[in-house]
Design a protein around this ligand. Sequence first.
Ligand code: CMP
Length: 139
Amino acid sequence: MTGNVTFTMIKPDAVRGGHIGAILKMINDAGFKIRAMKYTQLSPEKAGEFYEVHKERPFYGELVSFMSSGPIVAAILEKENAVVDFRTLIGATNPAEAEPGTIRSLYATNVGENAVHGSDSDENAQIEGNFHFAQTERF
Ligand code: CMP
């Protein structure tokens, strides 16, 4: 299945803004199948672990604090060419640079509070999906 799955989180800003339904509809309409999904809140420790690769970046503290500030929706999505197609659907990390009609252009606030996460490689899709979901939670 490698190459056909990606991992996403609808981030606390988009959840607070009431955009879960609209974002899930865009994901469905783009042809992604939901293989796993949960509504949960990350502790600061878990958020720090998830974003460990960014530990040395100046925005790490802000990122961890934001990602643990409220509930998120985490999901594993399946589609041919999932990682690349999902990144096209969500748009650039900075919403000011995101193509019109993308999820971030519609719902993100700024580069830190950018509505959704999408894995940047097949390898990270596997790692990130495993971080959030047991095998028994995947369908
Ligand atoms: P995400 O795709 O979840 O992966 C890493 C996150 O770091 C990214 O989305 C942004 O939300 C965040 N990020 C990247 N650059 C910055 C920045 N300059 N300031 C604050 N947050 C950032």
